[in-house]
Design a protein around this ligand. Sequence first.
Ligand SMILES: NC(=O)c1ccc[n+]([C@@H]2O[C@H](COP(=O)([O-])OP(=O)(O)OC[C@H]3O[C@@H](n4cnc5c(N)ncnc54)[C@H](OP(=O)(O)O)[C@@H]3O)[C@@H](O)[C@H]2O)c1
Length: 243
Amino acid sequence: MKITVIGTGLIGSQLATELTARGHEVTAASLSSGVDLLTGTGLDTALAGAEAVVNVTNSPTFDEQSIPFFRTTVGHLLAAGERAGVGHQVLLSIVGVDQVPALDYYRGKALQEELLRGGPTPWSIVRATQFFEFMEPTMSWTSDETAVRLPATPVQPIASRDVVAALADVTTGTPLGGILETAGPERFTLDEIGRVTLAARGDHRPVVVDAQAGLFAAVQGDALTPGPNARVAPTRYQDWLAG
Ligand SMILES: NC(=O)c1ccc[n+]([C@@H]2O[C@H](COP(=O)([O-])OP(=O)(O)OC[C@H]3O[C@@H](n4cnc5c(N)ncnc54)[C@H](OP(=O)(O)O)[C@@H]3O)[C@@H](O)[C@H]2O)c1
């Protein structure tokens, strides 16, 4: 199958490798290779002959600028996909994305989903929980030399390689016309994740529960954890940290 992956970051780079290993013909493209979803530059070439396209781009910021980024980029991708006769548009999104309206970034991702659903091409959305790789940056935003401050937000994070496996399965299948949720095997609170992570690093700073700390302070209840039909991935956080 001929597949174009737009975005060559954490997920896109692994996805291109995985799809190639499964025998597919993959074009991987991003801003640095001359394909700009904000302007549409290079898209027609990148999508030529593609049966499926996967959107694993990301906004450069998490603030209000992410909303026009997601609106504009998905618009260009849908229009170019239609011109190229792409039969399947796949988007990576976030579990609970429509339940955290206080976060501009989540509103932007929810808009991205909405535009895809209303677009001309058969589609699939894979909603993943927070990546294991995202846990240390999350902690660093609210850390100093003496302590790490985190809210007790329930999370069920996932290894990026497990997200890639789910995306590869969905991309090579029939368009879902719906949402697949995927998450790791264990549920934590964010402060627990903080303690497990610091212990694995031999870092003796305390983790202080602070309901106002960082991005996830805006999350109400268990909005970030998946529903009962989620695809549960195998990799456990402590095993991943140890690796
Ligand atoms: N972090 C999490 O825990 C999490 C959880 C669930 C879902 N997600 C979603 O997963 C997706 C992918 O995340 P990631 O961590 O793989 O992202 P990433 O590593 O930041 O990579 C983002 C990619 O987007 C490309 N890009 C940015 N602006 C572009 C533009 N205007 N035109 C073309 N390409 C552009 C970048 O290109 P260059 O490299 O060339 O600059 C880069 O390859 C995101 O949409 C995110 O919302 C994340």
